[in-house]
Each structure stands twice: as structure tokens, then as C-alpha cells.
Ligand binder design. Sequence first.
Ligand SMILES: Nc1nc2c(ncn2[C@@H]2O[C@H](COP(=O)(O)OP(=O)(O)OP(=O)(O)O)[C@@H](O)[C@H]2O)c(=O)[nH]1
Length: 346
Amino acid sequence: MSAQRNRAVPVIVVAGFLGAGKTTLLNHVLRTADGRRIGVVVNDFGAVSIDALLVAGAVDGAVTLGNGCICCTVDADSLETVLAGLVAPSAGLDAVVIEASGLAEPTTLVRMVAAAAGPRIAYGGLIYLVDAEHVEQTRARHPEVDRHIAIADLVLVNKSDRVAAEVLAGVRTSLRELNPTAAFHVTDHAAVDAAMLFDPVERAADTGPRQLELADLLDDTAHDHGHLHDGYQSVALTVDDPLDPRRLAAFLERPPAGTYRVKGVTHFDVAGHRGAFSVHAVGGHVTVADMPADHPRSTDLIVIGSGLDVDAVRRDLATVVRGDDPVDRQSMLAVTRYRAPRRRAS
Ligand SMILES: Nc1nc2c(ncn2[C@@H]2O[C@H](COP(=O)(O)OP(=O)(O)OP(=O)(O)O)[C@@H](O)[C@H]2O)c(=O)[nH]1
């Protein structure tokens, strides 16, 4: 499929709470794009854009909007400028996907994309991911999430492998009440047909009025509500020195009080393990994957949580960097035991 230069390029927003699987979806879609040329805009909550490192290589155009949630740190004009560059006929893109940070306010973002719409840019819808295992807990803690689900065009109930069928059915039913008209799909590692993201006809499982029409959304006073990220902090570690695998594993297994999410790219420089690894911790689950062989051997890690003692976390994080103690090959087992079989870095 090639870019049709005379039509507006759809800009699709992917949102969902921390760790729900947004980057996993983006990578899946990039791998299965079936000839579509896709541009991506990634945005992270913390000072370091881990998502930019984790998005698979074959991107036709990529922009990182870092250092804070896109809903507050990027104004509509800057986003419009970024999008204008991506949708220019010379870029030849068929679609642009914006991956919002896990703490961004999707309503604000959708409003900004809709405001940028014109002959070259079309708002392509909101895809909202939830982590089936944690979504009810997240909703209880952050009632704003219900509003986010209510304005989605497609809801992916992800991490279906982590919960029993009856839990999954319960989640689906309760989310459906929030948004009776969106298409719903249950996914494992966000594996959906890419066509569903790009083709509103494929996506529209239901007919009837949208729960919240775009016009309502544009009038909405959601910007008066608090944002999810108001109560969160992040601490980053960027270092070229190798890490100590046992100390990193201990940190991921018992993160500092208040931690919700740890993610990043790490390197250890242990015999037989010279490459870089992506690491994730979310909701008590740790996963590790090999990064492509040409990925730089350095570490960028971010810890996100609420009520973090930022100075203490910074000190704890510094301890995962390898000191003078020798690190034997066996020590890598502390990390590689979390390697997910058969899946690439997300
Ligand atoms: N078991 C399981 N793990 C998953 C699934 N989808 C994603 N993951 C893992 O969950 C972790 C977080 O996934 P990401 O795709 O990085 O989540 P995200 O929403 O981009 O995270 P943030 O950008 O921090 O908000 C990674 O370790 C993924 O491999 C799934 O369906 N099942």
C-alpha cells in the first residue's frame, strides 16, 4: 500500500494506563503493517524517553516528545508542527500513531489532534488499552480512567493471558458499560489486526451514536479535571557503566515504596551477555528481552510511582551500577530468568 498524497493522513492516538501494553501494540503494528508506511510520535512521562528506545527499528518517521506528558508539556501549536512534518506529502506516510505516556490525559491529546485536523491531517480515533489484571484496581484509584475509556473508539482488553476467563468476562462487561459503542477486543500482547487501527470501518463493531461525540469532547471541560500525572514522580538512571545483574534483579523484584512502573534498556557486560536488554516491571511482574544486537551498550532506566521518596530512589538506583566486585556469568541468571520466550523487546 502506498501513501495517497491527496488525502488527509489519519493520526491515531494510543493511550492507556502505565504498563497496559501501548509500546507492545505499537511494535506489533509496525511489524505487521502490511506495506503501510507509519510514522510514530512517542511521549514518556519521565526525563528519558524509554519508549523511543523500545520502538522497533522499522519506523518510517519518528518523533519523540519527551520530558513530561504530552497533554501538558506540549502545546497544540508544537504538536501541529510535528504532525505537519510527518504528514507532508514528501514523507509519504499512510498513517501516524501517537503513543501517549501512561499518565497522559487522552482527552486533551485528542482535542489537540482534532484541532490540528485539516486537508492533510485527519483525527483517526483513540485506541485505549487496559491491563486486564490491573484495570479494576486502576479505575478504583484513578476514576479519571473511566472518562478515558468512555471516549475510546477501540478498547483493547490486553494481558488476557494473565487472568482467568471469568475475570476477563467481568472486565469486559464493566468496561462495556462505560462505552457501549466502541469496538472491544481481548488481546494477548496487543496482537490485533493492524487494519483495525487504521480502518475505521474495520474497527466499527457497533452502530448507533457514539458514547461521547467528538464535538462533545471538544466542548468538554476535561481540562478542568486533575490529570493522572499530578500525583506521580519519576526517577531516571542514565549510565554507560555496566549494571550488576543481581542488584538490578533485586531492585526490580522489590522496588522502592510507591513504585508502579520500572522500564528501560540495560547492559551488564558479562561474558556471553554483552548485548543490551529491555527490562520491565509492572504490577509485580518482571520481564526481560534481548535488544537488537546493534543497540548501544548503555543503560537508561526509569522508575515511576506515586509518593516516591525521590532522593532515596535515586540512591537505590545508583546501587544497581556495578562496582569493583567481580561479576560472574552465573549472576546473569538473576536477570535472564525473566526473559520471556519467543518475544522481542517491546
Ligand atoms: N503477560 C503479558 N505481558 C504483556 C502483554 N502486553 C504487554 N506485556 C508486557 O507488559 C510490559 C509493559 O508493556 P508496554 O507495552 O511497555 O506497556 P506501555 O503501556 O507502553 O507502558 P508505559 O509506556 O510505561 O505506560 C512489558 O513487559 C510487555 O512485554 C500481555 O498481553 N501479556
